[in-house]
Design a protein around this ligand. Structure first.
Ligand SMILES: NC(=O)C1=CN([C@@H]2O[C@H](COP(=O)(O)OP(=O)(O)OC[C@H]3O[C@@H](n4cnc5c(N)ncnc54)[C@H](O)[C@@H]3O)[C@@H](O)[C@H]2O)C=CC1
Ligand SMILES: O=C(O)[C@@H]1CCC=N1
Length: 269
């Protein structure tokens, strides 16, 4: 299968991360065409990535061999209605919309169109994303391979059963925001005990980055690494006790469950 033209419907944040990664990688699209209702976004994509701007989603679907749907979940149905007449079985439709199932897409676009659903995350912008991919009923292993290679340009890729997608969305799709909140909270906590703000932020950020590197490089379980930091009767156990008593784990359980439910709600609209 040879896909020469990538079509991008919706040139927002996630499309930016993906197109940036693709243009810097060896993934060999001859052309990338795009449309966005906001001309400024389209202009940005033209200037930064030489994306060819077209004047409608239909044109993207007509010219693209692979069409990435990167609009908000609430716009997917309307966009599919616009483009469905241009979709043939030799094209490949890729949706990154949270909560939107491949069966919903097939229902509107027609079951002859191969559909792959992907849940990436914003670290794709710096090549450190994690994307889960799942195939619709009309997509083959080859279709999955092509999309896996595309998203490998912006980070790691996991193939998952589609039934995992709402959970993946709640954990890794939304997850960067949870960690930014932790970084902010740690910085403020450092300020509270007397550190200048810039220093507190640097310490928080480098501590998170260092801890992530420790988990990646050593391959040790986080609980083992945590024990290594925790001296008997020392400072860390005093801090950890506060986090446990204030419900850190409970807060994460609840956050991920609520985001999971929200992903399912987005798919029902
Ligand atoms: N932001 C994130 O962390 C992630 C987002 N996603 C999914 O990616 C999709 C896009 O999200 P973002 O890039 O964050 O949103 P965004 O708001 O940055 O991008 C959406 C773009 O679509 C454009 N648009 C709106 N209506 C349109 C239409 N009818 N035709 C063409 N373009 C239209 C908007 O002008 C905007 O530029 C969403 O479905 C979201 O669920 C998936 C993984 C992570
Ligand atoms: O907040 C959202 O709905 C999107 C999906 C995952 C991350 N951002």
């Amino acid at each position: 299968m040879k896909y020469r033209v990538l079509g991008v419907v919706g040139c927002g944040n996630m499309a930016y991360a993906l197109v940036k990664g693709l243009t810097q990688s060896r993934f060999d699209f001859e052309t990338i065409v795009g449309f966005d209702v906001n001309p400024a976004r389209l202009n940005l994509f033209r200037q930064e990535f030489s994306v060819k701007p077209v004047s409608s989603n239909q044109e993207v679907a007509e010219q693209g061999d692979i069409i990435v749907l990167a609009v908000k979940p609430g716009q997917i149905r309307q966009v599919l209605e616009e483009v469905k007449d241009k979709l043939t079985s030799d094209k490949l439709l890729v949706s990154i919309a949270a909560g939107i199932s491949t069966s919903l897409i097939e229902e509107v676009a027609g079951s002859h169109v191969p559909v792959i659903r992907v849940m990436p995350n914003t670290p794709c912008l710096v090549g450190r994303g994690i994307s889960a991919i799942a195939a619709g009923t009309g997509a083959s292993v080859e279709h999955e391979e092509v999309v896996a290679r595309m998203f490998a340009a912006v980070g790691e890729v996991c193939r998952v059963p589609e039934s995992y997608m709402d959970a993946v969305t709640a954990l890794s799709g939304s997850g960067p925001a949870y960690i930014y909140l932790v970084a902010e909270a740690m910085s403020d906590a450092g300020v509270e005990v007397g550190l200048p703000r810039d220093l507190a932020r640097l310490m928080a950020l480098k501590t998170i980055a260092g801890a992530v590197a420790m988990m990646e490089v050593t391959g040790k379980h986080p609980a083992v690494l945590r024990e290594d930091v925790t001296s008997p009767g020392g400072t860390t156990i005093a801090g950890l006790r506060e986090l446990e008593e204030n419900g850190l784990r409970k807060a994460f359980f609840r956050a991920v469950r609520r985001a999971f439910e929200r992903s399912m709600e987005l798919g029902r609209r």
